[in-house]
Design a binder for this molecule. Sequence first.
Ligand SMILES: Cc1cc2nc3c(=O)[nH]c(=O)nc-3n(C[C@H](O)[C@H](O)[C@H](O)COP(=O)(O)OP(=O)(O)OC[C@H]3O[C@@H](n4cnc5c(N)ncnc54)[C@H](O)[C@@H]3O)c2cc1C
Length: 482
Amino acid sequence: MKKIVIIGGGIAGLAAAHRLQEEIDRGGSLDCVVLEATNQFGGKIATERFDGFVIERGPDSFISQKPAAVEMCKKLGLGDRLVGTNQEQTKTYVYTGKKLVTMPDGLSLMIPTKFLPFAFTPLFSLQGKARMALDLIIPKKRGNGDESLASFVRRRMGEEALRKMAEPMLAGIYASDPETMSIHSTFPMFVQTEKKYRSLILGMLARKRQQLMQKPAPPGPGKNHQPFSLFMTLKNGLGEMVDAVIEKSPDVTFRTDAKVQEVTKGTSTSWRVVLEDGDTIDADSVMFATPAKLSAGFLQPIAPKVADLLNQIKYVSTATVTLAYRKEGFSHPLNGFGFVVPRTEGRKILACTWTSSKFPHRTPDGFVMLRCFVGGALNEDLAEQEEDAIRKMVKKELADLMGIHQEPEICKVFHNKKSNVQYRVGHAALIESVQKELQAFPGLFLTGSAYTGIGIPDCIQNGTRAAESVIDFFSCESPTKD
Ligand SMILES: Cc1cc2nc3c(=O)[nH]c(=O)nc-3n(C[C@H](O)[C@H](O)[C@H](O)COP(=O)(O)OP(=O)(O)OC[C@H]3O[C@@H](n4cnc5c(N)ncnc54)[C@H](O)[C@@H]3O)c2cc1C
């Protein structure tokens, strides 16, 4: 029997473990152990539930366009637990000029696809709109080199589109600086669209036409919440997915409070994993499902070149603040999904999700819930303040931006210290070098958000692929199969 140790019980490590369980179900002779340093699995995914409130510490949903998460939920028997966003309140706002302005209808990830709403929106100046429309005639970029999101958007749609949309909406997802983040590794679909259609607007219109020709998704349960909206979650929070992986992987050993201290070379074909409590585990293969900077620490003594490359991947700090208010007397209609704040406005929050409008079942009756984002590459200091300072700052921002003066019943601050991975220009080439160097160390594998995508579907896909590489490695090693 071959033994594999997975270090890190975040969603990537769990997805890998679940794929290995499938292999065991098919008769594979595998012994898989997942070691998690903290007292719970899920890593960044952590759902708190009390008194009818469902509060997400980290991610609150995943996109359905990348199918890995929806597929895994279905495999885990959670298909009927999936819920989409509220289809009756789909507006998103931008805070600009001291007020919340609706994103024009038909804006698809910053690209206008409907003429009239775009022509009449007060969000952009006349010059800004004219510059965005130039996308229709600007030639495509030559060559395949990576560039920053800022350079890409400036080139195709101009400075105003960058400041009012791309920076708060797109760089915001990555908590990144648009001047340094890689367009190739974060929004490859823009690069592909430019390549194929030259113009982003024409490309997006062509895609919309294709989508219209496809069959619409079937209507689902939940009054206004379609099961297959762009953003999906689980009725009782994303923690449901974490619990289900563990429950549905009975042959995998899951250990919490099992912090790995080091990994050393064991016998010629094996690796030794040393835990902080002194326990050791010998394994034929080790998968590092920890953030890149921690994996680098483990790899430094055994594979220093890989470690040096991994150390080039940077992380920044963010904080999320969840506030719940009594509905009675609440002064804002919360008629949408929330708003983003361009940096040029000089405010202290990046965005605010109107959670109770966007997702169902997050509060008991009579309450509303908001979630604010603080920090990121351009404002890390704000996220690294003490909880009380963040709480005070966010309440003041909500008073100024939304006119909320009511005291929240709940105000929870979650620090994500150096937790948000940054895909900087050249990221894909860096990861290619990591994979190349790692080949010199048979049996060692990497997975997680640091490599080929930060979203939950990306991490699930990456973890699944890493598990498949382990299976291939074992089958090549096995003398009976040679
Ligand atoms: C605030 C925030 C909001 C986000 N929102 C979204 C969203 O809405 N949708 C979305 O798709 N994505 C979102 N993301 C991104 C997504 O959540 C992450 O990219 C993903 O969950 C990372 O999973 P992972 O398994 O790679 O790493 P992690 O979740 O970081 O897991 C790594 C695990 O390794 C463990 N570990 C560390 N050191 C050791 C050790 N020495 N020994 C053993 N174990 C160790 C850690 O405790 C942790 O459990 C968000 C991220 C953040 C921070």
